[in-house]
Write a protein that binds this ligand. Structure first.
Ligand code: GRF
Length: 197
């Protein structure tokens, strides 16, 4: 059974997609052990509670320094004894120490076809604003392993989504979430949970 912690900062629609995929039997051999957020108001935490999953807040605001926050985050994750960490809209940079301790055991969903529109400053709606600004005809989503960089780790899955006439950033974001993100992230977890070691 793959023990998974999901790290979130916002609405938690990607978390919900994982929960629903497990319930539907599309993701097997997987247990969501906890949902961790840097943001106490993240609705994703409510989604966790509604599904009987431990909801944890580790907020940078509660610590004097970033190093203290980083240590507290790593300590909490270590206490959960998980096999995989899933970043589902987690907007805080993962401490380098944690990347090393969980090498090849942290995955992230990014709402573009990496290497386009990724890296510093590219998150949430900003990604889709940049894609529309550039005039790309195709965008999409990427699930990748997390390494020391930002959105630079080994790519696991990608799904291309057509940009349509009249798309606003919000419309494009919704289409990419519905048709790409919410499918790729559960599929990646299922692959990892059931791969032959
Ligand atoms: C989404 O835009 C996703 O692409 C990105 O962060 C946002 C999270 O959305 N990773 P949600 O919290 O999963 O609804």
């Amino acid at each position: 059974m793959l023990r998974v912690a999901v790290m979130v900062s916002g609405g938690g629609t990607n978390l919900q997609a994982i929960i629903d995929a497990i319930k539907a039997g599309e993701v097997t051999n997987t247990e969501l052990v906890a949902v961790i957020s840097n943001n106490a108001d993240a609705y994703a935490l409510e989604r966790a509670r509604q599904n009987g999953i431990e909801a944890v807040v580790v907020s940078p605001k509660s610590y004097e320094t970033r190093d203290e926050f980083n240590d507290a985050l790593l300590e909490k994750v270590n206490s959960l004894n998980v096999d995989l960490i899933v970043l589902a809209g987690f907007l805080v940079k993962i401490p380098e120490k944690m990347v090393h301790e969980y090498s090849h055991r942290i995955i992230n969903i990014h709402p573009s076809l990496i290497p386009s529109f990724c890296g510093k400053g590219y998150y949430g709606l900003k990604v889709h604003e940049a894609a529309l600004e550039k005039g790309v005809k195709v965008s999409g989503a990427t699930v990748h392993y997390v390494d020391e960089g930002m959105d630079t780790g080994e790519i696991i899955f990608q799904k291309a989504i057509e940009v349509e006439d009249g798309d606003t950033p919000e419309i494009l974001q919704r289409r990419i979430m519905e048709q790409a993100e919410w499918k790729l992230l559960p599929a990646a977890i299922n692959m990892i949970a059931n791969k032959e070691n």
